[in-house]
Design a protein around this ligand. Sequence first.
Ligand code: ZN
Length: 237
Amino acid sequence: MISRGSRLSKLKNGETQINLYLDNIKQILYKRVRCGYCGHVLRYRTSSSRNYYFCRTANYTDKYGCTSTQYSEDEIINIVKTVVKSYMDIILNLERLSTDLKQTQNTSSVQKIIARLTGEIEQLQSSKRLLYERYKKGSLDKETYFKDRESIECNINNKTLERETLSVHNIEQEEVLNMAHCFFGSFTQFQIGDEPNAEVINSLVESILIFDRDKTKVNLSFAEKLEKALHALNQSL
Ligand SMILES: [Zn+2]
């Protein structure tokens, strides 16, 4: 195990920032690396040549199919960093997309249709007033007046209903996009291409399940939120 003393002495000897930072990541992974088969936290061993993890369950039962393979710590760190970095880059790109979508939302085609319908409804209402004035003056007989008025009212009702449906849809769309934008926005403290540091990994990685040298599953704390945000974004496109 790396003791606090050894880390401090390394620091005094002019250890680089990168090594110090790798040390931090090691500390974090230590508690989160689990066996993919039995689910137990993997044991950690240090040696002068390399540090590694292994599943102790394999020593006393093969019930779960655990192996006694030693998994290099450096390899695990690289996998975790690669996975986190690729997710961060994807999310930051999606953040740009959601920002663009929000900016165009106000001038969206739906809003234009709503504005057109409003204009048409206003025009129909003024036609209805004019029709009444003509009837009052006696230039229209009662039957024609009722028939024309009914036709205009029917038109107004249809257009009002259409406008309301579109408005509700538009508001829902806005809320859905806001939710996605809020999630993606929580990543804007990072830049595309940033290397995830210990702090980032600490906050984003829930656990690492190791099945094999070639099969590792990195569970991310935001997976569920990302899925919802992606669904929301998809709806807004
Ligand atoms: Zn195991």
